[in-house]
Design a protein around this ligand. Structure first.
Ligand code: ADP
Length: 255
């Protein structure tokens, strides 16, 4: 179980990207964040991975306590947390397999990771590739793969970490709708099979409806909806997507 306790983030330029937020995410939940651009979805995901430190509040994991307790706790949290990005962040000149093996580096100390990774890591990486249906492309260079395949490699790399939590920031935003749905279906299936908690920001409401156990709607850093897909009616969606258009820029609004 993952908990945010009154987490808020103000960037140094004064933008209040996330207003005080408290939520509990049960283990294995597939949680989708919806909201217009600038709502604070990426910032929230970056806080959850400890990439940015909230200016207020805390993030705890059941059995571990605060992820910010020490540098070591934060490193351990990151090892248990797989990240998936919109632009995959693959290394073009490396093969699919080498990219996926990058997911294993965090499992070793800095010194050990300077040497070739053990065979067992190669096996984990190959298994991850198999789970996204790309085992036969293992030795192809990443830049020779299609957008959908590259994002599958991104998913396989995250899964090679053997994560307990996956954070995905607009993972299918750069794919065509049909490919995006298939890629998200793969991510959803693997998270279900492994009991991974997933927090996924999406632009596509139809995909949220199809896959989410729970949807959180964000507008200007504030949660305006938190419920199941069945509660996500048109009025709620208008509240998420239209409210932001009618609001003044947040620095003026909240100062
Ligand atoms: P979303 O992912 O929903 O599009 P973001 O979390 O990227 O939203 O952005 C939330 C707000 O924080 C926006 O107003 C954005 O301009 C601002 N913001 C994002 N990153 C930074 C940053 N590094 N420095 C200052 N402001 C930022």
């Amino acid at each position: 179980m993952l908990r945010l306790h009154e987490v808020a983030l103000i960037y140094p330029n004064g933008v209040r990207a996330v207003l005080p937020t408290s939520i509990t995410v049960p283990k294995g939940q597939f949680l989708v964040l919806l909201g217009p651009s600038g709502a604070g979805k990426s910032t929230l995901l970056r806080c959850l991975n400890g990439l940015v430190r909230p200016t207020q509040g805390d993030i705890t994991i059941e059995g571990w306590g605060s992820i910010f307790q020490s540098g070591r706790t934060l490193r351990e949290h990151r090892m248990r947390t797989g990240m998936i990005f919109q632009q995959h962040h693959l290394i073009d000149r490396l093969t699919a397999l080498q990219n996926v093996m990058i997911g294993r580096i965090g499992a070793h100390g800095t010194f050990r990771s300077l040497f070739p990774l053990p065979r067992s890591d190669r096996i984990v990486a190959l298994q991850s590739l198999e789970r996204v249906g790309l085992i036969e492309r293992a030795l192809d260079r990443a830049d020779k793969l299609s957008g959908g395949q590259q994002q599958r490699i991104g998913i396989a790399r995250a899964m090679a970490q053997r994560p307990q939590i996956v954070l995905a920031d607009e993972p299918v935003a750069s794919l065509d709708p049909a490919t995006g749905e298939k890629v998200l279906a793969d991510l959803h299936r693997i998270c279900r099979e492994d009991g991974i908690t997933a927090i996924v920001s999406l632009h596509q409401v139809d995909l949220a409806r199809r896959f989410a156990d729970r949807v959180i709607g964000l507008v200007n850093g504030r949660i305006v909806f938190d419920g199941s897909v069945s509660q996500l009616g048109q009025t709620t969606l208008d509240g998420i997507y239209l409210t932001s258009l009618s609001q003044t820029p947040k620095r003026q609004q909240w100062n």
